[in-house]
Design a protein around this ligand. Structure first.
Ligand code: ATP
Ligand code: MG
Length: 126
């Protein structure tokens, strides 16, 4: 799905909610995934100049999960450790998006190359 506007973020929130429901996540877990997705989509839009998200339904034989991969071809993040710190923002936000998204998921993977872009993958297992 594309991330180009606020309405795309609304769509991503809705789709994530539906997929999480279909994977059998309860209301609290659904909200955690949706919140994390919302933060990462907004980052891709605001800092990355837009991008894409891929949703994957997982089943490793033991449990079900949901994986979301956000990609943008923006400026990248020069200092990932700093960007991950709660309260750090180069914009007008509170600087809680990345750290919050990480806390709300089971797996969090961030790759970024300055001048090329940023990829963030989050996974939540049921
Ligand atoms: N996709 C991205 N591309 C480039 N820089 C990014 C990206 N995502 C995050 N950043 C950088 O990391 C910082 C921290 O991101 P984070 O989401 O934690 O906070 P924020 O977006 O500034 O504020 P909040 O999310 O609380 O509104 C951002 O201010 C920005 O400098
Ligand atoms: Mg943010």
């Amino acid at each position: 799905m594309p991330i180009r506007s606020d309405s795309d973020i609304v769509m991503i929130r809705q789709k994530t909610r539906v997929w999480a429901t279909e994977q059998g996540f309860g209301l609290v877990d659904q909200t955690k995934i949706v919140t994390a997705a919302s933060e990462l989509a907004r980052n891709a839009l605001v800092y990355g100049g837009g991008g894409t998200v891929r949703l994957e339904a997982l089943n490793d034989g033991m449990r079900k999960g949901l994986r979301l991969t956000f990609e943008d071809r923006g400026p990248g993040i020069p200092d990932i450790e700093l960007a991950m710190k709660a309260g750090y923002s180069t914009g007008t936000g509170l600087g809680l998006g990345l750290s919050g998204a990480k806390r709300l998921c089971n797996e969090f993977d961030l790759h970024s190359t300055v001048g090329e872009g940023t990829q963030v993958t989050i996974t939540r297992w049921k």
